[in-house]
Design a protein around this ligand. Structure first.
Ligand code: FMN
Length: 210
């Protein structure tokens, strides 16, 4: 074999090796860029999801005559990091008004009157909220009539309403039925608490509905 032949064979081997290396490198970089695209999309979707979740605006709205429901409303507001607004009656309830042993007390008369809608003193702007935790004490097994004033005077359509209540011992099912009788509203099943309920009771409930 002469010298020219040796140079030619060497040249062919070099070309073959170069081509193989080029294809190998190119394949790796393509699969690398594919992987990084998938990673980026995954991250984007996750951050979109976070945005959607954080754009959901929640508020706690409640009526409380003696502070028990207010305490629970405070826990919900803290734990969900949302504002809370009290439904304040134009005419506040005195102890006599709340005496359920007297059939002539104001609260008892209101509960017995289907058309009673006690007036609300404060403006409650709920336009920007998607989810409303709606709190009340149980009065004679049902929602206090001022809750119906709130429901009927505000546009709650399209919002998710999560009721919560406090009572001595009664459950909340009658009050839920009353709220659900407003067919255009999205009322989900809520939760009853009592005066001994604490923050961790509220926390476990909230975890369960998320
Ligand atoms: C007029 C009136 C009626 C009530 N009716 C009931 C009832 O039917 N069942 C019950 O378990 N508790 C009843 N309660 C007790 C309240 O539901 C309970 O004390 C509640 O936690 C009070 O909440 P608040 O402090 O937020 O007003 C009634 C209280 C009042 C003032």
């Amino acid at each position: 074999m002469n010298q020219k032949m040796l140079v030619l064979i060497g040249f062919i081997i070099l070309c073959a090796a170069g081509t193989s290396i080029y294809f190998l490198l190119n394949k790796d970089s393509k699969s690398d860029s594919l992987t990084s695209n998938i990673e980026q999309e995954k991250k984007h979707n996750e951050s979109e999801k976070d945005n959607v979740d954080s754009n959901e605006k929640t508020i706690v709205i409640y009526f409380s005559a003696t502070g028990t429901t207010q305490k629970i409303a405070g826990y919900i507001s803290e734990l969900t990091n949302s504002n809370r607004i009290e439904i304040v009656p134009t005419e506040e309830y005195t102890d006599n008004d709340l005496n359920y042993n007297n059939s002539n007390s104001r609260a008892n008369k209101e509960q017995n009157d289907r058309s009673s809608r006690p007036k609300i003193r404060n403006e409650i702007d709920i336009a920007e909220y998607d989810t409303i935790y709606l709190g009340y004490p149980i009065w004679w097994g049902d929602v206090p009539k001022i809750i119906l004033t709130f429901v009927e005077n505000n546009n709650l359509e399209g919002k998710k309403i999560i009721p919560f209540c406090t009572s001595h011992s009664s459950g909340m099912s009658t009050s839920l039925n009353t709220l659900k009788s407003y067919k255009e509203l999205n009322i989900v099943d809520g939760r009853r608490f009592d005066s001994s309920s604490n923050k961790s009771d509220v926390e476990s409930w909230l975890k369960g509905i998320k």
